[in-house]
Write a protein that binds this ligand. Structure first.
Ligand code: PSU
Ligand code: MN
Length: 304
């Protein structure tokens, strides 16, 4: 295809109706620093393979959408400094300009679903920023989730956000949120928020059952399977709040806004926590890759 290229192992798995899990590249190019970013991307891919699924990391490379990256390309996106943060709306321009782009959740799910992939995993989705009712800084991830039939395995929305408002917008967007082994919304680096969920599953097979119904009903929106971070890596909510408030104040002083805000806050909180949030981000992203692969395998087993 002129605009996109499917990596041969991904194409083979799709043709044979075998399990495939999509991953994003913005997490690599904008979410985590070198070399933690490459290590995380590789661990996500290896973990998916160990569960019997084929990983398909999505990116824009020299103006072409890649569905699946080889090791060299992953390293390129982890090292390069001039990679565009590509949301869904930016895809067409990035292609026409021949750019390299790290795709966010909104762009990745669009490309993955178009290629026939029905599961995607990441760390945490974007959402409504604190004070979003005034700034209107609401991630394009939310509206994209409302109009893309795909399953997203994540640890909720990033803890730098207003999680209650994010959950409200997900509801308005018709996005089903299911707790995996939990009754409340995970808070990214922290295991728990005080926000209760209406739906819960405890096994990949139970999740696959919900997804079969979702597909049979031809739903056009996403299903969010929210998976808490491993206890061993979880960070205390109060610590997170104080780092986040400090990072928010510094962002305001330095006039950081728009696309640059999320990467700035994540980076600054990584420094303030002396790397603990980076280790946590890696652990939760790899945990989500594992669960997504298990669900994909369960779906493929009985034919989605
Ligand atoms: N998950 C992570 N780290 C990240 C992201 C997800 O663990 O950096 C990225 C995703 O690409 C998500 C984006 O779509 O952050 C949200 O950015 P914004 O708030 O600007 O929409
Ligand atoms: Mn934003």
């Amino acid at each position: 295809m002129k605009y996109s290229q499917i990596h041969p192992p991904v194409q083979a798995a799709l043709s044979a109706n075998r399990a495939v899990v999509a991953f994003e590249t913005s997490l690599i190019s904008h979410g985590l620093p070198w070399p933690k970013n490459l290590e995380t991307a590789q661990k996500m891919e290896t973990t998916a393979k160990n569960q019997g699924a084929i990983p398909a990391t999505v990116a824009v490379h020299k103006g072409k959408i890649r569905i699946g990256c080889d090791t060299l390309l992953l390293e390129h996106f982890a090292r390069a400094q001039d990679v565009l943060k590509v949301g869904r709306k930016d895809l067409s321009a990035a292609i026409a300009e021949g750019r390299d782009g790290g795709t966010t959740v909104s762009a990745t799910i669009h490309c993955a679903a178009a290629a026939g992939i029905n599961i995607f995993a990441t760390g945490g989705i974007g959402g409504v920023h604190r004070g979003g009712e005034k700034s209107l800084d609401i991630s394009a991830d939310l509206s994209a989730l409302g109009r893309t039939a795909i399953t997203v395995v994540c640890s909720g929305a990033k803890s730098i956000l207003d999680l209650a408002k994010t959950l409200e917008v997900l509801e308005s967007q018709n996005v089903l949120v299911i707790g995996f082994g939990t009754d409340s919304l995970p808070a990214f680096y922290a295991r728990d928020s005080d926000l209760k969920l209406e739906h819960r599953v405890d096994t990949p097979e139970q999740a696959a059952e919900v997804l079969r119904a979702h597909h049979a009903l031809a739903m056009e929106s996403a299903v969010l399977v929210v998976n808490p971070i491993d206890k061993e890596f979880a960070i205390d909510w109060q610590d997170l709040q104080s780092w986040t408030e400090q990072a928010e104040m510094e962002a305001a002083t330095e006039c950081v806004s728009g696309k640059a805000l999320t990467p700035y806050l994540l980076g600054r909180i990584g420094e303030l926590s002396e790397g603990r949030t980076l280790a946590a981000n890696q652990a939760l992203a790899v945990g989500n890759a594992e669960l997504a692969a298990q669900i994909a395998v369960a779906l493929a087993a009985e034919g989605a």
